[in-house]
Ligand binder design. Structure first.
Ligand SMILES: [Mg+2]
Length: 279
């Protein structure tokens, strides 16, 4: 504990120094020699160590199981077969070891290191995921893994998941990102032509509803209330305080995302602080 406090104090000091550098620094997002993203320390600790994180995941999968169980009972003899759609990262697969690796190597996310992690096929499971998906598989529920991982890592991802014990690991059940189209709506539409999708699972709200595609922070927060009847029912949400569109929306006007570079770590720290409410 003593060393952890010292560690946090050093990280906080680094943060102050970085903030003082201002917003004119060149983009060193993937190789900043001053260190990784110290903001991620607590988020990763929460994901890896907090019993509350595990409880939230198990709670989410319990809700999904109840939803599917109710749908099985209600299903008429005629009709489309039942299915669930799930995201992978931080919903079924735990990539926190990658995030910690980044920090320890004084790096932040980039596509090359992410590709290496995916090709290593060593992601862990999110608590409750294996039990739920195998329970659903035993009841002949189709499972579709809809992820924005690149198709280049499809085989390694399938290898990773097969080794972990996930069911329905074949190309027909995987829908990865194609053509840099991050919206999952077209893929959901394709699946729903042939299946009655009774639950969608994800840690990013774009995993669940197109209302959140490229949405601002204000729109995201408005939409979450508009869709209030769906949470814990058709839409099952998982905790992810490390990354996601909730964070990206702080930095970007999504409409201009291809016109502006991703902010530097220093710029992100400044934006984060400016978004906090105090008294
Ligand atoms: Mg995810």
């Amino acid at each position: 504990m003593k060393y952890f406090v010292i560690y946090l104090a050093c990280a906080a000091f680094s943060f102050v120094i970085l903030s003082a550098c201002g917003a004119n620094a060149v983009d060193q997002a993937s190789s900043d020699p001053s260190g990784g993203d110290s903001m991620d320390i607590m988020s990763n600790l929460y994901q890896q160590k907090a019993a509350e994180y595990k409880a939230l995941c198990l709670q989410a999968y319990n809700l999904a199981q109840q939803n599917v169980s109710d749908s099985i009972k209600a299903k008429r003899k005629m009709g489309l077969p039942l299915a669930v759609i799930t995201d992978l990262d931080e919903t079924a697969l735990d990539n926190s070891a990658y995030e910690v690796w980044l920090y320890k190597h004084h790096m932040t996310y980039d596509s090359a290191s992410w590709r290496h992690w995916c090709d290593s096929a060593i992601a862990d499971t999110v608590p409750g995921s294996l039990s739920f998906f195998n329970w659903a598989n035993d009841r002949h529920i189709a499972i579709f893994y809809v992820s924005n991982r690149d198709t280049a890592v499809l085989q390694k991802t399938m290898q990773n998941m097969s080794h972990l014990g996930f069911p329905q690991i074949d190309a027909d059940h995987f829908y990865f990102e194609t053509g840099h189209l991050s919206s999952k709506e077209p893929r959901r539409d394709t699946i729903e032509k042939k299946y009655n999708v009774v639950a969608l699972l994800g840690d990013n709200l774009i995993d669940l509803d197109a209302a959140f595609d490229k949405a601002s922070t204000a729109t995201r927060n408005d939409e979450v209330y508009r869709l209030r009847e769906k949470w814990g029912r058709r839409y099952i949400v998982f905790p992810n305080a490390v990354y996601g569109d909730w964070e990206n929306a702080l930095y970007h006007d999504f409409e201009k995302i291809h016109q502006t570079p991703y902010p530097t770590l220093q710029q992100r720290d400044s934006i984060r602080l400016s978004n906090l409410h105090g008294y």
